[in-house]
Design a protein around this ligand. Structure first.
Ligand code: NAD
Ligand code: 0WE
Length: 262
C-alpha cells in the first residue's frame, strides 16, 4: 500500500534526471500516485518524454508559465485526462543570468519583473487554474531556498523572489485552507541541477554547505522526494503554509563549528 494510492499528481519543472522535480516524481510514483508532467518548451520535450516513459506517465504537456493561455490549456487537458487533480508540484524558478551576479542593486526593472513572474506569479496562476480540479485532501507544493531570508552572494534577485514565493505560499494556504487543500514549500539545500550549474560561486557554496551543515552531508533530489511524499500525503494533515527545510540542518547554524572551518 502506497501513501498516495489513487491520487493524481501534476509536476511542473522537470528538465532532466538531475531535476528536483525528478526526485519528487520518482517518490510520488513509488507511493502509488498517477503522474502527469508539464515542461517549459519544445527544447525539453526530448528530455522529458523518456523520463515519463520510465514511470509509465502518459500525460506529458508543454506549458511555458509566462503565458496565461498555456496555463489554461494544460489545466483543460488535465481536466479531460485526470478529471480531478490531488497534488500539484511547482518546481520552477528563473532569473536572467545578469541578475545572479555582482551587486543586487544593479537588478534591472525588466529582470526584476521576469524573475517574479516566472518564479512567483506562476505558482499563484497555477493554483488558480487548477483550483476547480482539486478536492479536499489536495496539496500544492513549491520549492524554495534559504537565500530568501539570509543573504547568499550572487543569489540576489532570486532571493527576493523566493521571499515573495514563501509569502505567497502562506497567502495561498489561507485561501485554500477552507477547502481542505494544503499549500507548503520545501526549502532545499544546494543541489547540482541544471539551474545551479554554471552559477558563479555555486561550487564553493556547495562544498562549504557540506562542511557547515550539522549532518555534514549535502542533500539529494531523493531527500526532496521523500519530503514531498510527506507534504502531499495524509502524513502531514493539518500542516499548511509551512516552509519545510531539507538542508541537513544548515539553517539552524549561526556560526560554523570550529572543526567545520578547517
Ligand atoms: P532545474 O533546472 O532542473 O528545474 C528548473 C525548472 O524550471 C526547469 O525544468 C525549467 O524548464 C523550469 N522553467 C524555467 N522557466 C520556465 C517557464 N517559463 N515555464 C515553465 N518552466 C520553466 O533545477 P532545480 O534545481 O531542480 O530547480 C527546481 C526548483 O528548485 C526551483 O524553484 C529552484 O529555485 C528550487 N531550488 C533549487 C535548489 C538547487 O540548489 N538546485 C535549491 C533550493 C531550491
Ligand atoms: O534557485 C536556484 C536556481 C535559480 C536560478 C538559476 C539560474 C541559472 C541559469 C534561476 N535562474 C537561473 N537562470 C539562468 O540563466 N538555486 C537555489 C540554485 C542556486 O542558484 C544560485 C545559488 C544557488 C544555491 C545562484 C547564485 C548563488 C547561489
Amino acid at each position: 500500500m502506497g501513501l498516495l494510492n489513487d491520487k493524481n499528481a501534476l509536476v511542473f519543472g522537470l528538465a532532466n534526471d538531475k531535476s528536483i522535480a525528478w526526485g519528487i516524481s520518482q517518490a510520488l510514483h513509488r507511493e502509488g500516485a498517477r503522474l502527469g508532467f508539464s515542461y517549459a518548451g519544445e527544447a525539453l520535450e526530448k528530455r522529458v518524454r523518456p523520463l515519463a516513459a520510465k514511470l509509465g506517465v502518459d500525460f506529458v504537456e508543454p506549458c511555458d508559465v509566462a503565458h496565461d493561455d498555456q496555463i489554461e490549456a494544460v489545466a483543460k487537458k488535465a481536466a479531460a485526462h485526470f478529471g480531478q487533480v490531488d497534488i500539484l508540484v511547482h518546481s520552477i524558478g528563473f532569473a536572467n543570468r545578469d541578475e545572479l551576479n555582482g551587486y543586487f542593486y544593479n537588478t534591472s526593472r525588466a529582470g526584476f519583473h521576469l524573475a517574479m513572474d516566472i518564479s512567483v506569479y506562476s505558482f499563484v496562476a497555477l493554483a488558480r487554474a487548477f483550483q476547480p480540479l482539486m478536492r479536499k485532501g489536495g496539496a500544492l507544493l513549491t520549492l524554495t531556498y534559504y537565500g530568501s531570508t539570509k543573504v547568499t552572494p550572487n543569489y540576489n534577485m532570486m532571493g527576493v523572489a523566493k521571499a515573495a514565493l514563501e509569502a505567497a505560499t502562506r497567502y495561498l494556504a489561507a485561501d485554500f485552507g477552507p477547502q481542505g487543500i494544503r499549500v507548503n514549500a520545501i526549502s532545499a539545500g544546494p543541489i547540482r541541477t541544471l539551474a545551479a550549474m554554471g552559477v558563479s560561486g555555486f561550487r564553493d557554496l556547495y562544498k562549504a554547505f557540506g562542511d557547515i551543515a550539522p549532518l555534514r552531508e549535502n542533500v539529494t533530489i531523493e531527500d526532496c522526494g521523500n519530503a514531498a511524499v510527506y507534504l502531499c500525503s495524509e502524513l502531514s494533515a493539518h500542516v499548511t503554509g509551512e516552509v519545510h527545510f531539507v538542508d541537513s540542518g544548515y539553517n539552524i547554524m549561526g556560526v560554523p563549528e570550529p572543526a567545520a572551518r578547517e
